[in-house]
Design a protein. Structure first.
Length: 720
């Protein structure tokens, strides 16, 4: 993401001067010369995109390493929960079908024929394939893509409607701010590189990590300047780790004026590489890379002691979790909203992997206190804003749910994908006395610890749990609860009221009637956010989806990944290491868990340690568990269409003052009932007919490479 744009602009000018004066022809040496001027600074350095691209494409390609990399990555990919359905999705799914295994085999075939000219080209193909799955839990950090980020500095498009109902127009970010301040003489963007501006935004959103096209569109624009934590929410339109073949974004405005934004590349100092070979040796040598860590957690690392300030464009909160602004409560001052409270929940990230901070308890208590005080203060209705909420700790999602419905048992239903490697892990961990061994008990695969969604019945054996059962074409496990809420090992004191008996929150009556609760979202609600929101919807809560494509129709409230558990490959790696250790112990003790034939197969299907990969893979993850509802125990919620109660567009008034978004949503839902495409009162899962699933821009494309090539040709870009 681009931050500190003024710094980027200043450095970009200086960097360009350096390139023009350079005499060397080695592309990586050019970058080295530029970055050396700023070696002592912590801010990113901006360099010409062509120089970065030439340097990346000078990295050598090793056929043997590449082929082996694909083979080993495929073993980890088997843990992805929905491979079969992603390849053949139901009509309710709003994104393309993607056969990840077939796609990787195609890349492997090209690699085996030495058809890639550089490591960067190979990595770009894998990156694009994985991103095309539109799954925020599926990620692979590839070595050549870890250094540069491409983007056009200062463009930051914003999509605004004059009244929230009429189709929005596209504006440059700085112009949109002026529009929000009342400057009426602002012209919208009509064309970008000769293509209709809105159509181009939608086309380039195809690689964003959201399963809904409206959520992907919102990720490309900056309709929210700062989230509830005070963090900038960038427009991802021009930002990527791969080269999209566009040198500049040439804007034509409705008034006929033009403006150009060149694409640049940014990187953090130092950059000591004079050749592509040296660059490759350092970043693509598995012996020199750090251990895999969570991409999502590393991007959200925060200080454990610093008190976060109140975001400057938000009103003064009545109450908030002050360490990280994970949750805050407000009383709107708009006329007509005197009986309305607002709970802003920008994240469920309430704990760090390394234990450096944990605010899960403060998050839950803040929610309980605010809701309790709001009802005492005469508030009859409440808005819960989860805009741009990417998920986090699932316990916190359940905790917030229990605040609003403390008298009902929490239902959770998940399945993992059943495949040979998973079967071996379960067999080994559940064999003999292994469930008492920490190497097995920490896996969360011990049958005795797993309950079914009713929280009462259990599984008789690993075979009973594993199946496989064919569910929607996916070989799946039996249906199991997220975890055993009655188990004392679970954080009931966080607090979570899970059984409807009052629990730690000591409350039996819901504080608000379901029809008096609105959840506001921009569609980017993902992971734990989807678990929370889906549960709230099942109780009759209404939803308002903001923004999206300029179309007169409904929009989904939940557009992010609906899988209930993400697993870093490092966790899978550790499970395999532990299973192998237990297996070796059984062999040494003369009581082997697997026979010779099974042992041979075990060695074939089990992933190798990440540090043994022929090429490094960093911050990689898969979606481990599919999520289901009581209404459909066969189709993962990821593939079920669910229209929001109301769809509205952002306006100039909402850009600078988020409380205007709350007022817009409240007036439309509880007042006029006028929404884009009409009020959708029956919005249970799969109850709204999907009529645009196969629209022109979101339907049956040719191959990914042909689709991208067609876009580049339309933009007039030259082949690189």
């Amino acid at each position: 993401m681009f931050v500190r744009l003024a710094v980027f602009n200043a450095i970009a000018i200086l960097a360009t001067d350096v390139v023009l004066a350079a005499t060397t022809t080695e592309p990586c040496a050019l970058i080295k010369n530029i970055v050396s001027k700023y070696a002592n600074q912590s801010d990113p350095v901006t360099v010409p995109a062509a120089s970065a691209l030439n340097c990346l494409q000078s990295m050598p390609f090793n056929t043997q390493r590449a082929v082996s990399f694909v083979d080993e990555y495929l073993k980890y990919l088997e843990f992805q929960s929905d491979l079969e359905m992603l390849a053949r999705p139901p009509m309710s799914y709003m994104s393309h079908a993607v056969d990840l295994r077939l796609g990787l085999q195609g890349i492997r075939a090209r690699a085996s024929q030495n058809l890639y000219s550089s490591q960067f080209d190979f990595d770009s193909d894998i990156y694009n394939l994985i991103r095309s799955a539109n799954d925020g839990h599926l990620y692979a950090g590839l070595c050549s893509l870890s250094t540069f980020t491409f983007g056009a500095v200062g463009l930051d498009p914003v999509s605004l409607s004059k009244d929230g109902l009429t189709p929005p127009q596209l504006y440059v970010g700085s112009d949109a701010v002026l529009l929000g301040k009342g400057d009426a003489v602002i012209s919208p963007i009509a064309f970008i590189n000769g293509v209709d501006s809105m159509a181009l935004i939608e086309s380039q959103s195809s690689f964003e990590l959201f399963q809904d096209p409206d959520a992907r569109f919102n990720d490309m624009v900056q309709n929210i300047l700062l989230d509830g934590q005070g963090q900038e929410v960038p427009a991802m339109f021009t930002i990527d780790n791969v080269w999209r073949g566009i040198d500049a974004y040439n804007l034509t405005f409705a008034n006929g004026t033009e403006r150009s934004y060149p694409v640049a590349a940014r990187l953090l100092p130092p950059f000591p590489y004079s050749t592509g070979q040296g660059f490759f040796n350092d970043v693509c040598d598995t012996q020199k890379t750090s251990q895999t860590v969570s991409r999502r957690r590393s991007l959200t690392t925060r200080s454990a002691t610093k008190r976060a300030p109140v975001p400057h464009n938000y009103p003064t909160p009545v109450m908030r979790e002050a360490q990280h602004n994970t949750i805050a409560g407000y009383y709107p001052t708009h006329p007509g909203l005197e009986d309305v409270a607002v709970l802003n929940v920008p994240t469920f990230e309430t704990a760090a992997d390394d234990g450096s901070w944990d605010v899960a308890f403060e998050f839950a208590v803040t929610a309980e206190w605010f809701v309790g005080n709001a009802t005492k203060d005469g508030k009859k209705k409440i808005i819960i804003d989860v805009s741009n909420n990417g998920g986090g700790v699932v316990d916190s999602g359940f905790a917030l749910l229990s605040v609003f419905f403390p008298n009902e048992t929490i239902y959770s239903a998940t399945r993992f994908r059943s495949h040979p490697a998973m079967n071996y892990l379960g067999q080994i961990f559940n064999a003999g006395d292994n469930p008492q061994d920490p190497r097995a008990s920490n896996s969360e695969l011990i049958v005795a610890d797993i309950v079914r969604p009713d929280q009462n019945s259990t599984f008789g054996s690993w075979k009973d749990l594993f199946g496989p059962y064919e569910e929607g074409g996916i070989p799946s496990s039996g249906l199991m609860a997220e975890f055993d809420f009655a188990d004392e090992a679970n954080p009931l004191t966080d607090p979570i009221n899970t059984d409807g008996l009052g629990g730690d929150l000591d409350a039996r009556t819901p504080p608000f009637a379901p029809e008096n609760i609105i959840i506001v979202t921009d569609g980017r609600c993902s992971s734990t956010c989807t678990v929370f929101t889906d549960h709230m919807i099942s109780k009759g809560v209404r939803t308002v989806a903001m923004g999206g494509r300029p179309r007169n129709g409904p929009m989904q409230a939940i557009g992010g990944v609906k899988g209930s558990q993400v697993l870093d490959l490092a966790i899978i790696e550790q499970m395999v290491v532990n299973a192998s250790s237990l297996l070796n112990d059984s062999i040494a003790n003369g009581k082997p868990i697997l026979d010779e034939q099974e042992l041979s197969h075990y060695k074939q299907v089990m992933p190798i340690p990440l540090e043994e990969f022929p090429l490094p893979i960093q911050s990689a993850s898969i979606n481990f568990l599919n999520s289901y509802t009581t209404r459909d125990e066969d189709t993962p919620t990821q593939y079920v269409y669910e229209a929001a109660t109301c769809h509205l567009f952002y306006t100039p008034d909402t850009l600078l003052r988020p409380e205007n978004t709350w007022a817009l949503a409240a007036n439309a839902t509880w007042g006029s009932g006028i929404c884009v495409g009409g009020l959708q009162l029956n919005t249970g899962l799969n109850t709204t007919e999907v009529t645009e699933n196969k629209s022109t821009s979101d339907s049956n494309p040719p191959s990914r490479s042909r689709a991208v090539l067609g876009l580049l040709m339309a933009l007039g870009s030259r082949e690189q």
